[in-house]
Design a protein around this ligand. Sequence first.
Ligand code: FPP
Length: 249
Amino acid sequence: MTAELDKTRIPQHIAIIMDGNGRWAMDRGLDRTFGHKAGLDNLENVTTLCSNLGVKYLTVYAFSIENFDRPAYEVEALMGLVLSFIKMDLFHNNNVSFHVVGDRDRLPKSVQDKLRSMEEETAMYDGMAMTIAMSYSSKQELVNATKLIARKVQNGEMSADDINEETIRQHLWTSWMPDPDLLIRTGGEVRISNYLLWQCAYSEFYFCDTYWPDFNEEALHKAIESYQSRQRRFGKTEAQVEEEVKVKK
Ligand code: FPP
């Protein structure tokens, strides 16, 4: 049974760590790369489901900088998925724009070009923004932001005393999107693996055992239902938050 959701409290931004592709494939006696293909098919389903629910930003972890250390054939298979298997109808039919965050320079040139052309082809869509974190590392993102800010201080464009949280936010690869409301990790591990460390400071976390290729509508609804059952306090007390809700009504 799919959980009944409160349509007025759908998370604006869902981030997902799509884990478990390899184990999904091995359980079926298949090579791990088949799991990634199944994972991509499921990403298409989940993108459509999120867009239909009214989610505004979906940001998924497709490939970390650390993943470059996997066996070469697996890295090539993942790059091949980007080059050959992402269906553009997904974006055209759902008014979804496509984006990438990460250190693009480390990706093969053919993949960089493909990602850029997908971004351009979908730039006019103003429904949901679907972002893949590709060649991504949150620590590298923070190092990169620090360098950009340091250069501005060096050039005299700003003073060190002017640096605040907003300055750092503006220099992240994700500067144009709001922070995730809900972070989902599939596949049973309970860690965030260098994903959106700054951005998830106040996100609600949801971990489940389901392998990513099996994370279907029912599983997505369960995650959102869990999110909706929580009170987000952002450091305030329960009473303060309840008062704020009353004033809003
Ligand atoms: C983690 O599962 C998954 C990845 C490293 C890749 C995620 C990629 C997809 C879902 C396909 C979409 C891909 C692109 C490039 C758009 P794992 O391989 O670590 O699984 P395991 O934990 O079972 O070994």
